[in-house]
Design a protein around this ligand. Structure first.
Ligand code: NAD
Length: 407
């Protein structure tokens, strides 16, 4: 009997056992598979129909609207880009964020989406700016009025270890963004550049006329991107603003956003995040690299600019950008502070006696850099308002790690 059932089962024919219908189990699983396949096919068709641009209502992001500036914020899941997106949204702009989350945080996007849930305010597109097809598709499907191009890998130390990554991600991707802007008639660009393009000039403070001689691949890649933009601009009507930031610190005063590098990038990280991480016990101390620079206390001197002020400079640059014109501006406080001073201020602000290890210099670092920000005051009426706050660090949220989820 048992053998009979088995052989019948193998034959794949319906059979009867003692008057009961017997459905071959092999055949049954085939049937189930077919049902699952048919159901999935129907679900897929429904999804395609639902999201088909021709059948659903047109996206508010795909057409220009009088009185609304639609800004593409590349790198908007990152530290500065997310703060810029917040400010643009607060100022009633329409924002599209493009980010590959290689360095940014999905948590920042969620914070922004929760603050601005209304349709047509904010969209997030997960894409890599190194992918020309993806970039072209984004520009084809959206009607941008301006681009703020923040997306980049941005660690001096890392750039000395992996220079090609920097030339690819910064220089080559900026070229792609620029080509897409030209092809799709997007005529305003605000570009995130850096004081690293100046290298280590003999004379301080640094003005926009100071010759650019970068001393690390990060600075060189940014200078090359600037040069591409400026060459393109010679025969174009594009409105271009190049902002050369000094050292950016701080966070949204309401504590909703902040600087939260991925844990694996901490080693390359910047002094601000490193100080606060150490104060909170997230790391077991702070590593200060280089104590033999020709400065008063031997540590590097930097010009620390608050992110809120920096974002304000972008808003002013966007408002003043003129077709066919290019503006290049330093964005800094005009005052240098040593790393040791920064650490002491952090200790005072947090009340934590941070353990500090002093290590040899890091390749690619320069001794002293601070800005002359008089041009941006004169032409854009911008000045750093948070200087006192930055110097005392008194109002800084202690850390931002808990605000973010890992991307
Ligand atoms: N933080 C500073 O002190 C400072 C100083 C000078 C200039 N800058 C410039 O400001 C900009 C923003 O810096 P940040 O400190 O916010 O860095 P960040 O790492 O926090 O943000 C950069 C964002 O760009 C995204 N990104 C990187 N490559 C991408 C790609 N190929 N496609 C899509 N998205 C990509 C990352 O995922 C990240 O979200 C950078 O261009 C940087 O060079 C920063």
């Amino acid at each position: 009997m048992f053998n009979f059932t088995k052989s019948r089962a193998r034959s794949n024919r319906p059979s009867s056992l003692g008057g009961m219908d017997f459905v071959d189990p092999v055949k049954k699983s085939g049937l189930v598979r077919k049902i699952i396949f048919a159901t999935s096919l129907v679900a897929l068709c429904i999804t395609i129909i639902k999201f088909s641009p021709s059948l659903s209502s047109p996206s508010p992001f795909s057409s220009h609207e009088a009185g609304i500036t639609h800004v593409l914020v590349t790198g908007g899941a990152g530290y500065i880009g997310s703060h810029a997106a917040l400010r643009l949204l607060k100022d009633s702009h329409r924002v599209t964020i493009v980010d590959n989350l290689s360095r940014g945080n999905l948590g920042a996007i969620k914070v922004l989406q929760n603050l601005f849930p209304e349709p047509g305010r904010l969209q997030f597109i997960y894409a890599d700016l190194g992918d020309p097809k993806a970039v072209n598709k984004i520009f084809s499907e959206n009607a941008f009025d301006a681009v703020m191009h923040f997306a980049a890998v941005a660690y001096v130390g890392e750039s000395t270890l992996d220079p090609l990554k920097y030339y690819h991600n910064i220089t080559s991707n900026t070229l792609l963004v620029l080509e897409a802007m030209a092809a799709h008639n997007v005529n305003t660009l605000i570009y995130s550049s850096t004081c690293a393009t100046y290298g280590e000039p003999d004379k301080m403070p640094i003005t926009e006329e100071t010759p650019q001689h970068p001393i690390n691949p990060y600075g060189t890649a940014k200078k090359m991107a600037e040069d591409i933009i400026l060459d393109f601009h010679k025969n174009s009507d594009m409105a271009v603003m190049i902002l050369r930031y000094f050292n950016v610190i701080g966070s949204d005063p309401e504590g909703r956003l902040g600087e939260a590098p991925k844990p694996e990038l901490r080693e390359h990280g910047r002094i601000s995040a490193a100080c606060f991480d150490a104060a909170r016990g997230i790391t077991d101390g702070l590593k200060v690299r280089g104590t033999d620079y020709k400065t008063a206390d031997g540590t590097c001197i930097r010009d620390y600019i608050d992110v809120t002020d920096l974002v304000d400079a972008h808003v002013k640059a966007l408002a003043k950008a003129q077709p066919g014109e290019v503006g290049i501006y330093n964005v800094g406080t005009g005052h240098g502070r040593s790393v040791k001073e920064f650490v002491e201020a952090c200790k005072r602000a947090t009340g934590v006696s941070v353990k500090v290890d002093y290590l040899p210099r890091r390749p690619g670092d320069y001794a002293e850099v601070f800005s002359d920000p008089s041009k941006i005051l004169r032409e854009l009426n911008w000045t750093a308002k948070c200087r006192q706050r930055v110097e005392g660090l008194g109002e800084q949220p202690i850390s931002h790690m808990d605000l973010f989820e890992s991307g």
